[in-house]
Design a binder for this molecule. Structure first.
Ligand SMILES: C[S@@+](CC[C@H](N)C(=O)[O-])C[C@H]1O[C@@H](n2cnc3c(N)ncnc32)[C@H](O)[C@@H]1O
Length: 276
């Protein structure tokens, strides 16, 4: 999916995305911020920030002498983030429309670089993930921190399988594709071992990885809300409303048939210290 298409999907799903925050994006963003052990005065870059699930707690953690640059492509999510920042009277956070692959720190960032780079459920969307992340890690000062969250292996697997099967039954020619796992960026992030090796590959050490366990009841509202408020929504683009409704019903039926009563949202929260 191109960056324009990704932005369109997340903009279209902004209401559902926001609705999911307290149960899904929020806990991971909080956990990531906590694990980064930010200090007052720190300068933080949060890429793929969405509505600020990790960027807003980071802004609270670094206090009035710190700053957070929260970067995303989806204007509707950025606007939601700005509203939340304003509700919380946080003045040290800028939600900026920009492509993370092209981000250049403004002059308010110390010359040595950011104190921390954060991205929650974000890096796997970046084109040329490793190259892009390497460039972003280079924007962090030596001794600064890098932190990401990503889905743990197996998370959402049966859920996504049911969803794609439902789409396949209603969209002629739809094929999730037999993706080569070696080309799947998530494969580099979905176990503690892989994630640790991936992070140290950017010249980091002292990797810390914790699993955030998050099991939520697979109610029809949550199951379908997660389709609409995530990248899965992209599969529905351009379909007639009747087809979307047929997919929804088929998907919910498949969840019941397959006894999928719980959504496994297991997440790895990883941080490391930049050596170079
Ligand atoms: C699953 S959301 C996560 C948002 C947020 N970090 C959170 O946890 O709530 C992924 C986000 O990545 C953003 N994104 C994808 N590619 C991007 C890019 N190249 N530059 C900036 N943002 C990007 C999308 O617009 C979307 O908001």
């Amino acid at each position: 999916m191109s960056s324009d298409e990704l932005a369109a999907v997340f903009n279209a799903g902004a209401a559902e995305f926001t609705w999911l925050t307290p149960q899904i994006w929020g806990p991971a963003g909080q956990a990531l911020t906590f694990q980064l052990r930010l200090r007052p005065g720190d300068a933080v870059l949060d890429v793929c920030c969405g509505a600020g699930a990790s960027a807003l707690p980071a802004a609270a953690a670094v206090g009035p002498d710190g700053l957070v640059h929260a970067v995303d492509l989806a204007d509707d999510l950025l606007e939601e983030g700005r509203l939340l920042a304003s509700d919380r009277a946080l003045q040290n956070i800028d939600f900026v429309h920009a492509d993370a692959t092209e981000w250049e720190p403004p002059s308010t960032v110390p010359e040595a670089g950011y104190d921390a780079l954060a991205s929650s459920y974000g890096v796997f969307f970046l084109p040329h993930m490793d190259e892009t992340v390497n460039r972003l890690v280079n924007l962090v000062r030596p001794g600064g921190k890098v932190g990401v969250t990503s889905w743990r292996r197996g998370a959402l697997e049966d859920y996504a399988g049911a969803y794609f099967d439902a789409v396949g039954r209603h969209v002629p020619g739809f094929d999730v594709g037999a993706r080569d796992k070696r080309d799947d960026p998530l494969e580099k992030l979905n176990t503690a071992g892989a994630l640790s090796a991936w992070l140290t590959g950017f010249g980091t050490s002292a990797v810390e990885i914790n699993e955030l366990s998050n099991w939520l009841p697979a109610t029809p509202e949550l199951a379908w809300g997660l389709v609409l408020g995530s990248v899965l929504r992209g599969t529905l683009a351009g379909l007639a409303p009747g087809t979307v409704e047929a997919i929804r019903l088929e998907f919910l039926e498949l969840l019941t048939e397959r006894d999928i009563e719980t959504l496994d949202l297991g997440t790895l929260v990883a941080t490391a210290v930049v050596d170079r």
